[in-house]
Design a protein. Structure first.
Length: 200
């Protein structure tokens, strides 16, 4: 799974529509939209270094995708971590993915579970599916079918209509897992999924 360049563009565009932004962020957005990644990087890096969450996430994504001089996974992980530490759920999910796959960081399933968990708790459906996989496969945590089923169910309910294929896959994952579970475990997982609320 690659971080999609459209996600960076979407975040930059969202920032433009959502609030008045400082000049450098607007200029970086315009440069990015033109495909001038070098200029976008030059403009956004100082903002990221000053702690701007959006700039950190976007710089991480650009480094991950090689939009600029070259792909730099270690640099991407650095910026994703900064944004993730500030609570950005997309950065948390991407950091979890990088730890799960050893991209730019040493592979560490416990760290992957930690970051997927933080994003999942905020309502990121992709992180919820990934966390379900980690629980069902006992990667970075003990095997827990109840938690895995819960997260697959929460993700299936959380995907918007435009993500129909992902929703169906999450539902299929929970159905496959249910075949390995007792009726009591299924009931517990369903209860936990019903009661789950995202954390802000």
């Amino acid at each position: 799974m690659r971080c999609k360049s459209s996600l960076t563009l979407g975040l930059l565009a969202l920032g433009l529509c959502g609030q008045a932004l400082a000049g450098p962020f607007e200029d970086a957005t315009a440069a990015y939209q033109r495909g001038d990644y070098e200029t976008a990087t030059e403009l956004i890096r100082p903002l990221a270094e000053q702690g701007d969450l959006r700039a950190q996430f976007n710089l991480g994504t650009m480094n991950y995708n090689g939009q600029g001089e070259h792909q730099d996974l270690a640099e991407a992980a650095k910026w994703f971590r900064m944004a993730a530490d500030q609570g950005d759920m997309q950065a948390q999910r991407y950091l979890g993915f990088m730890y799960a796959n050893g991209q730019g960081v040493a592979r560490d399933d416990r760290e992957a579970v930690k970051w997927y968990g933080r994003a999942a708790e905020q309502g990121d459906a992709d992180a919820q599916v990934n966390l379900g996989v980690m629980y069902s496969a006992a990667r970075g945590t003990s095997q827990n079918y109840v938690q895995a089923h819960k997260w697959f169910s929460v993700a299936a309910a959380g995907y918007p209509a435009s993500e129909r294929q992902k929703r169906q896959q999450a539902m299929k994952n929970s159905e496959l897992l249910a075949a390995k579970m007792s009726p009591e475990q299924i009931a517990e997982a369903q209860r936990l999924a019903r009661e789950w609320q995202p954390r802000s």
